[in-house]
Design a protein around this ligand. Structure first.
Ligand code: MTE
Ligand code: MO
Length: 512
């Protein structure tokens, strides 16, 4: 009975603390909520190998798992503090408040946080401690005055705290959702201008249209998502601007969203790939991006590339959620289609993919080029500054490595002897281009695959090779690509850290 009272008091107090804090965060900003702030701090401190494992194991649900983990841990601690409160009430109250302090500390150290960001967690801590004080009153009264336990008083306190938490939590949700909905409504009303330079029409043969083969263009809903954001930022463009400044900038520039929309826009089909993609993995996609040529903006700001005497060799992009990404200035200004993208497959960037503005640079992995929710571009040097992932053991420079993937047949597919089947997939070596793909069965001779058309060297390329199985049993099908420079994709297996996986994808099938 007593233990139950303590446990329930602990849980209810923790619930009250969280609910009040989340209500406060609805007024301050979503990132100031303790769950988001602490979760973000955990993500930033997670060793790359563990992060890689989580992305692999849980995919896009990795963040959900993290928050569930934090909640379970909090519940366990709350149970402990509730028990403690029966004997050491003040200590337990201080314990609850300490968690408020922890949340406040995490919130204060999030990117872009101000002093107000500590308020939600502090208020939550006070509310939690007060709830614990009230809930444990009947128990304390028993000890102090040798009276029977006042069950009625406890139930009233418990009911009130629970109801209050639900009201506060719901109000926080509603306010937050209202703000998110109004930003979504704004995004829905945006009419993207026609491009000054439309994408070259896709050649008729870009898509082999085979069952099981990735389509040439990836829809926005199918496009992979990799980022550290616990809540997908919903940027209010009326309070947003993009700044260009730093070393070697003659004229610092600031653009509003509308400034960018008014500029000449170019449209390009580009393939984006994540460095965390394992051999054969899913973290790559191709979209038609609409945006401003980044090199034009840099030239307007007076930036020169290092090869023409510019003092800055690194362009650091910063997002509204505190991500930093470092890209070689030389690459951005070498004439390739490096974009500040505002459109993706005919619509404003989806929130998940960086609305209102993101970078896309053909030929580089996303973590060194593709900053989403962009708000700041700073010219600096690689010697002076390490961006987010570089501080976490990834390489400063990371051009795309040549890769190929078998999309069909799937592993362990059953094939019929004597019946031809298409072996098909995609290969990529952005900005160099793919010039050949070959397939080998059971380590036999390499057979040339037929390549689909491509609009440029900046996209992946579909390929197909027809195979007629002639012997029953298990067979291993392997693929390799050759880039336009004639370099054959290596079979040497390396992991994703520090600059991208290598090795060859293969699929084992059963022939009967
Ligand atoms: N703000 C922000 N931008 C980011 C990231 C991030 O974590 N935060 N991740 C980068 C990485 S690692 C990749 S691979 C691409 C993925 O872009 P996508 O989610 O639109 O596919 O975004 C890049 N831009
Ligand atoms: Mo990535």
């Amino acid at each position: 009975m007593r233990a139950g009272t303590g446990a329930l008091s602990g849980l209810l107090s923790a619930g009250a603390a969280l609910a009040v804090a989340e209500l406060g965060a609805a007024f301050v900003r979503p990132e100031a909520g303790p769950l988001t702030a602490v979760g973000g701090a955990v993500i930033d401190r997670t060793p790359p190998a563990v992060k890689d494992w989580a992305v692999r194991e849980f995919g896009t649900d990795d963040k959900l798992m993290l928050q569930a983990g934090i909640l379970v841990l909090l519940a366990l601690i709350a149970l402990g503090l509730g028990g403690l409160a029966l004997r050491l009430r003040r200590t337990a109250m201080a314990g609850v408040f300490a968690f408020g302090l922890l949340g406040a500390f995490a919130a204060r150290h999030r990117a872009g946080a101000g002093y107000v960001d500590v308020l939600p967690s502090l208020l939550g801590g006070v509310a939690g401690a007060a709830a614990l004080w009230w809930l444990t009153r009947p128990v304390v009264a028993v000890r102090a005055r040798d009276r029977a336990f006042d069950r009625r008083a406890f139930l009233i306190a418990a009911g009130t705290v629970a109801a209050g938490s639900v009201v506060a939590g719901t109000a926080g949700r509603l306010i937050g959702n209202g703000r998110r909905a109004s930003i979504a409504a704004f995004r829905n009303r945006i009419r993207l201008p026609a491009p000054a330079e439309p994408a070259p029409p896709l050649p008729a043969g870009v898509d082999l249209r085979l069952a099981g083969l990735s389509s040439f263009t990836t829809s926005n809903s199918d496009f992979y998502r990799v980022d550290t954001a616990l809540v997908v930022p919903r940027v209010d463009v009326e309070n947003w601007s993009l700044r260009i400044h730093g070393k070697g900038v003659r004229t610092p520039l600031t653009f509003s969203y509308h400034d960018l929309l008014r500029r000449p826009l170019i449209e390009r089909d580009l393939t984006l790939t994540c460095v965390s993609n394992e051999v054969g993995g899913p973290y790559t996609g191709t979209a038609r991006w609409l945006g401003v040529r980044l090199a034009d903006l840099l030239r307007e700001a007076g930036v020169r590339p290092p090869s023409r005497g510019g003092p800055a060799d690194q362009l650091v992009s910063r997002s509204t959620d505190g991500m930093t990404i470092g890209t070689p200035v030389e690459v951005v200004m070498d004439g390739r289609d490096a974009l500040l993208a505002i459109g993706m497959n005919g619509e404003p960037l989806p929130f998940e993919h960086g609305y209102p503005v993101r970078m896309v640079v053909p030929g580089l992995y996303g973590y060194v080029s593709a900053c989403k929710w962009l708000k700041d571009l700073e010219l600096t040097t690689f010697a002076d500054y390490d961006a987010y992932w570089v501080k976490r053991t990834w390489s400063q420079q990371a051009p795309i490595k040549t890769q190929s993937r078998i999309d069909t047949p799937k592993p362990f597919a059953r094939l019929r002897i004597g019946t031809p089947v298409p072996i098909a997939g995609i290969a990529w070596a952005q900005h160099r281009g793919v010039s050949a793909v070959e397939v080998a069965v059971d380590g036999g001779p390499w057979q040339p695959a037929r390549l689909a058309e491509v609009p440029s060297t900046d996209t992946w390329r579909q390929w197909v090779w027809e195979w007629t199985p002639s012997t029953p049993g298990s067979h291993r099908i392997e693929v390799r690509a050759t880039d336009a420079g004639g370099a054959v994709q290596t079979d040497k297996r390396v992991g994703t850290v520090p600059d991208g996986a290598t090795g060859r994808h293969s699929v084992v099938v059963t022939v009967t």
